[in-house]
Structures are given as C-alpha cells and as structure tokens.
Design a protein around this ligand. Sequence first.
Ligand code: FAD
Length: 286
Amino acid sequence: MTIKELFSQKTVFSFEVFPPKKTSSISVIYDTLDQLHDLKPDFISVTFSAGGSSNNALACDIASKIKESGVTPVMHLPCINYTKEEIRGTVEELKRRGIENVLALRGDINPDIPPKNDFRYASDLIAYLKTLGRFDIAGACYPECHPDCESIEQDIENLKKKVDAGAEHLITQLFFDNESFYSFREKVAAAGIDVPIEAGIMPVVNKNQIERMVTTCGASLPRKFVKIMQRFEHDQEALRDAGIAYAIDQIVDLAASGVDGIHLYTMNNAYVARKISEAVSGIIGL
Ligand code: FAD
C-alpha cells in the first residue's frame, strides 16, 4: 500500500531521523532505528543535506536499513544545490535500493553555496521527478508561512503549484500552537488543496533545542510553552518530561480535530519517540 493510500485508512504516524555527525558511531543510529522500528511507524523519513555532504551517502544507507527492517523509508531530496544530472544520479541510486518515496524539497539557500540553476522551487523538482518514473512524492508546507514568502496567502498559492506538480501529501514545518495549524488547514482547503497534511511535531526536550527554537525556527511560541521552558530549562529530567507531555498534549488535540497524520521530529531520540508513541497509541490507532 502506498503512503497516499494509507491516509484513507488511518491517522498516519511517522518519524524523522537524520544522519549523525561523522564523529558519532554508525552503530548508534542503527540501534536507534531498531528501537524506532519496534514502535511500528507507518514510515520513517531521512533528512538529506541541501549543501551536498558526505553524510548523504549515509542517509541512503539509513534509508536502506529502514527498508530492510520492514518499515517504509522516505528520502528527503533537496534540489537547489544540485543539477538535473546529480538528482538523476541520486534517484537511480534510490531506485537501485528499492526506495520509492521521497520528500521533494527546495532546500535552504546558503549564502556560501551559489545555487545550481536547474531547479528554483520544490515544484520544479517534483515535475522533474515525474519524468524519471514512478515515485511517491511528498512536499513540505508551513502553517506559519515560509520565511522567504511575504504572506501566508501567497505561500499557499505557491503550495498549490507544488501539489499540482504532483506532491501527494504534505508534511508541515514544526509548530507549537495548534491554532496556527487549524487556521492554515482551513486556508489550504479554501485554496482547493485536498491532499493529506501531516502535522510536524517536535518534542523540545533539552536546552540546546530551546535556544535553537528561539533564534532560528520562526515558530510562534505560545505562553504555555514559554512558561514550561523557562520553568524547567535548568532541570534536564523535568524539561524532558515536560517537553514530552507538551508534544502529547498537542497530538491529542490534533487527533481530536481529525488530523491526517503526525510526523514526529524524533531528533534521533528513541526514548522520547517511545514515550510519545505509547501515550498516543490508543488515540491514533497504532
Ligand atoms: P518551496 O516549496 O520551493 O518554497 C520555497 C519558497 O519559495 C517559499 O517561500 C514559497 O512560497 C516560494 N515558492 C514556491 N514555489 C514558487 C513559485 N512557483 N513562484 C514563486 N515562489 C514560489 N532541508 C534540507 O536541506 N534537507 C532536508 O532533509 C529537509 N527536510 C525538511 C523536512 C520538512 C518536513 C520541512 C518542513 C523542511 C525541510 N527542509 C529540509 C527545509 C526546506 O528545505 C526549507 O524550508 C526550504 O527553505 C524550503 O523548501 P520547500 O521545499 O518548502 O521550498
């Protein structure tokens, strides 16, 4: 069954992992994957560096490992810094490994890496992937507007182009305020976009993450979230438990509102993924 078909049967539940830094042992991520596999996600997606990185070979190995374990892998595929030839090479490699699901992305523009000019937007990549054979293609979306775009209305118009090009389901950027997701979902439906949308949930469980959230992510931070982070930021265990509880609370509310799916940004933390999966398994039908 394809991921698209799965959405018509259940609330899809997926995880995201990233290739670890070179300094970290490969066995750590494989051990994490074993633990994530036991939680029976519908798919696990693997990030891929937009800038070109030796870790991208590892990303492909991780996706293969996920497939071997019987879980569907989804490979992230940013395009802005790649030529058509390079993308075709990666696609051939994915096909050779039997990986048929990709999350087609533009990638962040890095001022130090001049973009190659074959692709400008994710929709260009999707149109190109369509010429390379059968792939299940997902796209990214932004409940609080993509930072490069002037308005959410314009961003949704652009999102429509991505769906019209062939994105079969969407995964959101992380958010902490479910109201922003509900408002986005209404606007997206009004724009005639009718593909399933998975809500991206990131459990914030350590101090480094808090700092990153505040400086880079652009997601609005509700009062309740800020209060929790301020109260527990110096107590590692309390912060971890509070972050897990906040994510569970978000998921319960989303499930009650008929969300199509939950995509958990696991940050390669199997303990956190397990705590959340166990807490919501009856609610989202794991
Ligand atoms: P696009 O859909 O191309 O949109 C980018 C901007 O261009 C938006 O402002 C949009 O409004 C505008 N736009 C789009 N189409 C048009 C058009 N036709 N005309 C005018 N404007 C247009 N990055 C990585 O490098 N590796 C990863 O593994 C990765 N994984 C991610 C996973 C998820 C779930 C998400 C949400 C993001 C991920 N990213 C990743 C980050 C992503 O690459 C960046 O957010 C990037 O800046 C935008 O990518 P996109 O595919 O959404 O771009």
